[in-house]
Design a protein around this ligand. Structure first.
Ligand SMILES: Nc1ncnc2c1ncn2[C@@H]1O[C@H](COP(=O)(O)OP(=O)(O)OP(=O)(O)O)[C@@H](O)[C@H]1O
Length: 261
């Protein structure tokens, strides 16, 4: 199994605050990998460094053995790492297809002038984007909603549109920041199945999530952060039974109760 995303001694300091402190992580190609930890543990900051939104204070990040430390986020996206954000960031007055099509901008050569002049570059890009967007919409089961305005869809479907838009980048690795946040149990169950299907389709998935049932039932391996430090890493059973995790994060018994239901 090859390592697809690797972080070595990654740190981020905000003034005196060590939001992420010397965290190592190795994700194998084909895994569903979870990152958990209490509020403020450093999870999103860590994602922001992996995806080029934040610079690193120390350490390095490798994507498919290429050092991507310090690269801009568009460049990292182009190299195959796509992400979604904690808060849904869709264009609510645009259709599902239009939202997905926006995800293609890093792949196309069209600029404003090409668009205004309707050049052949623009027309070729338009054809490519329309065809691929339709394929992705079908792949993720959004065909019935393709012409619906995003703002009119349920929360669970909107999340799926966001993921579809990230797939437009043709990523190898998909980072999902709290995809189940705000979902009802049915939506969370559907999301779980959806993520497993995406993984079967060949995407490596890294997911930050507070919903323990989701994490324990979906992830192959889990990394636990607390106050910016990695306190545990392993398969769901290992993490569930780790006394440090129980104490530092969940409070004794809570993890077992939530994850087993
Ligand atoms: N841009 C920033 N400037 C200063 N401090 C920040 C910044 N971003 C995050 N922090 C701080 O870094 C710490 C880690 O925050 P982060 O959002 O990464 O945690 P988290 O584990 O994702 O939390 P949550 O589960 O609540 O989303 C927190 O103390 C937060 O206040």
């Amino acid at each position: 199994m090859s390592i697809i995303l690797e972080a070595k001694k990654v740190s981020k300091y905000f003034g005196g605050l060590k939001a992420v402190d010397e965290v190592d992580m190795s994700i194998n190609s084909g895994e569903i990998f979870g990152i958990i930890g209490p509020n403020g543990a450093g999870k999103t900051t860590f994602f922001n460094m992996c995806s080029g939104v934040y610079s690193l204070t120390r350490g390095g990040i490798w994507l498919s053995n290429e050092n991507i430390t310090g690269m801009r986020s568009e460049r990292i996206a182009n190299k195959g790492l796509a992400r979604t954000f904690q808060n849904i960031q869709l264009f609510k007055f645009m259709s599902v297809m239009e939202n997905v099509k926006i995800g293609f901008h890093v792949h196309t050569k069209t600029n404003v002038l090409n668009a205004i002049l309707h050049t052949s570059t623009y027309r070729k890009d338009e054809q490519f984007v329309n065809r691929r967007a339709l394929e992705i919409v079908e792949q993720v089961g959004l065909s019935p909603y393709k012409d619906t305005m995003a703002g009119n869809l349920s929360y669970g479907i909107q999340r799926r549109v966001e993921i579809a838009r990230a797939l437009a980048l043709d990523p190898k690795v998909l980072l999902l920041d709290e995809p189940a946040a705000g979902m009802n149990p049915n939506e969370t169950r559907d999301l779980m199945l959806f993520i497993k299907k995406l993984n079967k389709d060949g995407y490596t998935i890294v997911v930050i999530e507070h919903d323990m049932k989701f994490v324990m039932n979906t992830c192959d391996r889990i990394l636990v952060l607390n106050f910016g430090k990695k306190i545990c890493e392993g398969n769901p059973d290992h993490v569930k039974n780790d006394p440090l995790v129980q104490e530092a994060y969940f409070g004794k018994g809570l993890l077992t109760k939530e994850a087993d239901t």
